[in-house]
Design a protein around this ligand. Structure first.
Ligand code: URP
Ligand code: ZN
Length: 467
């Protein structure tokens, strides 16, 4: 392993902002200071650059069956966007044990991933056997689970409220977290069948069959179940202001609810579903209106929304277009793992919506805290993994497909040019991306077992003294 000295960077963490050198040995940060001297050390000149903790994307589907990326291509794209760790959703298919399901995702990832990775485990088949596995799985380093409250777009993985209650009850005994895809399946089915009767099946009606109430009602129901079971709950891909209102009221009842939003909800509005290439934007939940977008930005600024995940799950546009006559058949999901940091810096920090500290909180620190990756990941501190992004705040890049690295033929940000871009990504002391090119090695990424997280709600005060 190369020793590395990163000189003269502006180091930004969730709580700090200072000029320093960073010395890395054996993949870990061993010193942070000024004018550090070290012999036999490779140097990186970070003058004029920001140095952030490597991005943690808490929401990827690079191993999702049928999607365009796999663990090699998806994590290459991640590295090129400053992401050093992903938390991937491993799926339990009906009839399989939880251990076998995790084993299947290890087979996809081990010796192939370009960045470090951990797993959330999607439970689709909850019975006495799988219930008994939950405590073991948490003890083995997977303290977060996911339940789909919808099933259509996710291939029948959806569960009923009894299962949500049962899983939450069990997970709470072992101090884990339950992530929920919050959309009311019955409402969606009802709206779809009405639109079908009227012959309204273009992609626009995908969004119309999933209005904000669909998300908000499901969050509300899940939050009541989290409250009675004492379970910590995480809402991935929050897309609506109404959803955030419901989260606020659950927190007022002392339910611990963490919230994540995605860059696509912060940059686009539901106007995209009227574009000629609307099919490329079909995902669940769908992108909402301008008021929702404003509320999500202010929720991030108020630190009510603690994390930003990509929900990276890309399908080629040809595959999506095949079903443009019937939105119910369009494969759901978009690319995004590579563009989290540049979008949040350019549209967030540069537009005065987020501070640099908030940028770090939402792109790494809070995910590390919520999902038990601290103290190794999510910070720049002596003893932490040397997962770093050397970020050029002046570099201007168009987010067109040809500049991105996912194995997909389109970008959902063709019209967006950002200012501020990763110049280098360092994973455990090794440079894996530099000046527009992936320079790492598939298989260098390692599995990261996690600990049970601190149950700290996403409110600003919570950070004080948390480290
Ligand atoms: O449309 C989406 N979000 N696809 C990925 C799978 C999921 O539901 O999170
Ligand atoms: Zn997802």
């Amino acid at each position: 392993m190369t020793d590395l000295l990163i000189r003269n960077g502006r180091v930004v963490t969730a709580i700090d902002d200072f000029m320093a050198d960073i010395l890395v040995r054996q993949g870990r940060i061993v010193a942070i200071g000024t004018e550090l001297d070290a012999t036999l050390t490779e140097e990186v000149d970070a003058t004029g650059k920001l140095v952030f903790p490597g991005v943690i994307d808490p929401h990827t589907h690079v191993g999702w069956p049928g999607a365009a990326d796999d663990f090699v291509t998806g994590t290459k794209a991640a590295a090129c966007g400053g992401v050093t760790c992903i938390v991937e959703y491993a799926l339990q298919f009906k009839g399989n044990s939880l251990h076998d399901s995790l084993g299947a995702w290890h087979t996809k990832a081990d010796d192939r991933s370009c960045v470090d990775y951990a797993f959330h485990l999607v439970i689709s088949d909850f019975n006495s056997r799988t219930r008994a596995e939950i405590g073991e799985i948490i003890a083995e380093g997977v303290p977060s689970f996911k339940l789909f409250m919808t099933s259509r777009h996710s291939g029948g993985l959806g569960v009923n409220d009894g299962t949500i209650y049962g899983v939450m009850h069990e997970v709470a005994q072992h101090h884990g977290v339950v992530n929920l895809h919050c959309e009311n399946d019955d409402l969606i089915e009802f709206l779809i069948s009405n639109f079908r009767d009227l012959g309204l099946l273009t992609p626009e009606y995908h969004a119309r069959s999933r209005p904000p109430i669909v998300e908000a009602e499901a969050i509300q129901r899940a939050a009541f179940l989290a409250g009675v079971t004492g379970c910590t709950m995480y809402v991935p891909h929050l897309s609506s202001g109404l959803g955030l209102d419901v989260i606020r009221s659950a927190r007022a009842r002392n339910v611990t609810v963490h919230a994540e939003t995605c860059p696509q909800f912060l940059v686009h509005t539901d106007e995209v579903y009227r574009r000629a290439d609307a099919v490329n934007y079909v995902m669940s939940p769908p992108i909402k209106g301008e008021t929702d977008q404003d509320t999500l930005w202010s929720g991030l600024a108020a630190e009510e929304i603690g994390t930003v995940g990509s929900d990276h799950c890309p399908y080629d546009s040809t595959r999506k277009r095949e079903f443009s006559h019937d939105f119910t058949k369009i494969p759901n999901g978009v690319p995004g793992v590579e563009t989290i940091l540049p979008i949040l810096y350019s549209e967030g920090v540069r537009q005065g919506r987020l501070t640099l500290q908030q940028l770090v909180k939402v792109t790494s620190y809070n995910a590390a805290r919520t999902f038990g990756l601290l103290p190794r990941k999510g910070s720049i501190a002596v003893g932490a993994d040397a997962d770093l992004v050397i970020f050029d705040p002046q570099r201007t890049v168009s987010l067109r497909g040809e500049h991105l690295h996912s194995n997909i033929d389109y970008s959902i940000y063709d019209d967006l040019t950002v200012t501020g871009y990763p110049a280098m990504t360092i994973l455990r002391g090794e440079v894996i991306y530099q000046d527009g090119k992936f320079v790492g090695v598939p298989g260098y990424g390692r599995y990261v077992p996690r600990r049970v997280a601190e149950t700290v709600p996403d409110v600003p005060e919570a950070l004080t003294g948390a480290r």
